[in-house]
Design a protein around this ligand. Structure first.
Ligand code: AMP
Ligand code: ZN
Length: 460
């Protein structure tokens, strides 16, 4: 068995990965809040998680990959105030919260398909698991970690001596600096487990509970669903880096209060995609969707390839120029691999070189460097092709199925090319050249090959 090293945010260290049960990995990834489309920043995190899953599978593990759909309870502010993002999003487009949840869940599933992200083993919707959440909150209550306010049931973080360890929170500093109005909350880090529906307002999504009609807090959703599908202590929990200090910290607090575990053996976080050095966020209103890239003529896999150019623990700045660069490199890679012809047996040494980079905390940029080196090497084409197709189990670029697009050349251009051939056969070089220039001006180029002239559309 190969050695797989992964960075664990909980211990802030690279640790050797060993599954809790032989040959199997339980992995939970925080899914989208479906009040809007996913932006390409969100999708960077799902690409990282896909590469993690594929690497685990490459190492021989069977991965149970669980992704939730947050369709209730994620409030506009992390301080448990403000509107529910779903209800707010629904109002904005004049539809019900249930309708927009279904619509944006579907859009998300299409995005991940476009990016060759493997479907999770289990999708779980928060609104389908209210009973599990109620039981979880009851358990936390029985163990003495809750208190009531007029707007909900809260988790008392002061009862847990190691609260905030994941985020290395400075609890005393937070307490001292808590200038915001705490309302009835006892400590700034306390958070809602269950919120009551406002008395003066009808919510679209609400449920009865032992404490009153209302809806679950966002953090309890992920604790309840991950425990239900993966158990009280499972292998890997992941998400974007923004989840470290609040969402995942609170998931751990809840699970510790109920089961005495910190939920997952490894906590892994993808770093943010930035747009002009600003973080990209859904709530800021302006963001790029995958569809915006497709509409501009980009292949969605060029975005996947762009994300793979950086380590998942490094910030990545999005610019159109760098996406162009990724698109050109991906084209080159695909064509080179296509031209290798039939695949033969892969080369075990080259496989080792690639996988040892991946197993070094998913070092994608170095693994990609191995890909280019292999292509430049002088091993037989068949072996190269066989080896690259094995790499593609992790790269996920669909290299086995790639065919260069068959371009349809307009009749007008074909007629000009024929006239040029005629001029050449009459040795009328001046006329042949001027026809070639006319063809160029119309956006095409002619290459004279031993098999005769080839017409191609000019590249941007
Ligand atoms: P959300 O739909 O807002 O709950 O977020 C879905 C996932 O995207 C979470 O794992 C977030 O941590 C992650 N995320 C949010 N913004 C970004 C960003 N700019 N870059 C990378 N990941 C992000
Ligand atoms: Zn979550």
């Amino acid at each position: 068995m190969r050695v797989l090293q992964l960075y664990d945010t909980y211990t802030r260290s690279i640790r050797q990965f060993q599954s809790l049960q032989p040959g199997q990995v339980g992995m939970y990834a925080c899914g989208p809040t479906v009040y809007d489309y996913a932006h390409i920043g969100n999708l960077r995190t799902y690409i990282f998680e896909d590469i993690l899953r594929r690497t685990l599978e490459f190492n021989g593990y069977k991965v149970k990959h669980v992704v939730n759909i947050t369709d209730v309870g994620h409030l506009v502010s992390d301080a448990d105030t403000g509107e529910d993002k779903m209800e707010k999003g629904a109002k904005k487009v004049g539809r019900t919260a249930w309708e927009i949840a279904a619509m944006f869940t579907q859009a998300f599933k299409e995005d991940i398909k476009h990016l060759n992200i493997k479907e999770p083993t289990i999708w779980c919707r928060a609104t389908d698991h209210i009973v599990d959440m109620l039981q979880f909150i009851e358990c936390i209550e029985r163990n003495g970690y809750t208190y009531h306010t007029s707007d909900g049931i809260y988790f008392d973080t002061s009862k847990q001596p190691d609260y905030g360890y994941l985020g290395r929170l400075d609890i005393e500093g937070l307490q001292a600096g808590a200038r915001v109005d705490l309302g009835e909350k006892k400590h700034p880090t306390d958070f809602a487990l269950w919120k009551f529906s406002p008395k003066d307002q009808h919510r679209q999504m609400e449920w009865d509970s032992p404490w009153g009609i209302g809806f679950p807090g966002w953090h309890i959703e992920c604790s309840a669903m991950s425990v239900k599908y993966l158990g009280k202590f499972f292998d890997i929990h992941c998400g974007g880096e923004d989840h470290i200090t609040v969402h995942h910290t609170n998931e751990i607090a809840q699970t510790e209060a109920c089961y005495g575990t910190h939920l997952a053996n490894f906590w892994m976080h993808g770093h943010f995609l930035q747009l002009d050095a600003e973080k990209m966020s859904k709530s800021a209103g302006e963001f790029l969707r995958l569809q915006s890239l497709i509409d501009r003529g980009y292949d969605p896999l060029a975005y996947r390839f762009f994300c793979m150019s950086a380590h998942y623990r490094a910030k990545l700045n999005f610019t159109w120029e760098s996406l162009d660069g990724a698109a050109v490199s991906l084209d080159r890679l695909r064509n080179l691999v296509y031209e290798l012809g039939e695949a033969g047996e892969p080369d075990p040494e080259w496989i080792d070189r690639f996988i040892s980079e991946m197993n070094d905390d998913l070092n994608m940029p170095r693994a990609l460097a191995v890909v280019w080196e292999l292509l430049k090497s002088d091993i037989p084409a068949k072996v190269k092709k066989g080896t690259i197709l094995v790499y593609d189990q992790i790269l996920g670029l669909g290299l086995a199925d790639y065919r260069p697009p068959v371009e349809s050349i307009p009749d007008e251009i074909i007629a000009l090319a024929n006239q040029r051939q005629m001029a050449r056969s009459e040795k009328n070089w001046a006329l042949a050249d001027s026809i070639r220039m006319e063809i160029n001006q119309k956006g095409y180029e002619i290459e004279d090959t031993p098999q005769g002239p080839k017409i191609k559309r000019k590249r941007r």
